[in-house]
Design a protein around this ligand. Sequence first.
Ligand SMILES: Cc1cc2nc3c(=O)[nH]c(=O)nc-3n(C[C@H](O)[C@H](O)[C@H](O)COP(=O)(O)O)c2cc1C
Length: 387
Amino acid sequence: MSNLFTPFTLKGVTLRNRIAMSPMTMHRSVDGKMNDFHLMYLGARAAGGFGLVFPEQIAIAPDGRTSVKCAGIYDDDQIDGLKRVTAMIKDMGAVPAIQLAHTGRKGSAEPDWAGGRMLPPEHPDGWQTVGPSAIAYGGRMPYAPRELSKMEIAEIHTQFAAAAYRAAEAGFEWLELHFAHGYLGASFLSPLANQRGDEYGGSSENRARFHLETLDAVRKAWPERFPLTARVGCDDLHADGLQFDESIAAIRWMKEHGLDLVDLSLGMNSPEINQVPFSDMGFMVDRAARVRAEVGIPVATSWNLGKPSVADQVIRQERSDLVYLGRPALSNPHWPVWAARELGGQDPIDLVPRDWQGWLRPYRGNKAASGWPLPTSNEGDANMPQT
Ligand SMILES: Cc1cc2nc3c(=O)[nH]c(=O)nc-3n(C[C@H](O)[C@H](O)[C@H](O)COP(=O)(O)O)c2cc1C
């Protein structure tokens, strides 16, 4: 039976465990380039034992960013910064993964830390967003996108393919297409955002066409030996939005078009959702398990899986093949090491870089003399020097 620390192989890539650092946008780039901040932040998580490490979603076009501070991969000049990051992640024993994205009607925003408001097209840091239809997201994103022509859709597929080609050149070994969270892919699949009258709108087959064509284009540019995966927003949690059963069919078609693993998340295509599950422990797990069983494809999922016993159970019960951690990876760069200590069965020290391993082992059986990580219980405290 597999557990959280069982290696996982997909195509030609083996992860040392089932724990991924989920993609998280940082708004720290200048001209879309990665810099020392990313090297520090991502290198630390790789050194902390994660099997798979995603930077943030990386834009395939300038207008596919969330803010002007987001990372991009639409220019050859952006490859060097990404290369430094992938080399560091690999040196620390993890596999570097890239999430390729176009934000569609959710772009043209301020960084989250500056307030996260949407900026109008005429603002110096804003732009005219695009989408399947000229329908604004609403709420705090009031500016309507421009409807994409069929020629522009084809151009976006080409941009995804060019980005995949650059991603391989930059050293990434795992690729995820971002089809969730209300961004361009998600908005094509959702009737809330897509009301087109042509072959990209209407039936679910038509609304999934954007995804299948993107997969076809990327598959040609991305090495066959590396996994091609997607984060799919599989439920809009809205009566008029995308329903989960419809997504299962769409994921089945994506599998036929070369998808190797699906990472389940929400559609987020409307600010008005009929439940707010964001603090419920593992609320995507049931959907992941259904897709795994019904489509017969490896799955991953995130959302409140930061309690080690819960994450481990999800793997042991074969409800998900991988666990993606967002906020828990922010709060604890060594989450996998900590989880190994909490759960037992996996030597936590094996998860840190070999340079430190000898120094962290108990010295001649004296636990108090061992370095970080200290036991989470009070065990060993009696041996501590008294002040
Ligand atoms: C600061 C922050 C930025 C995020 N940016 C992205 C992103 O770029 N792409 C994405 O797919 N999800 C993004 N997410 C969502 C996470 O990847 C993850 O799916 C979500 O936080 C749920 O997992 P968690 O409960 O472990 O945090 C972000 C989350 C956070 C907290």
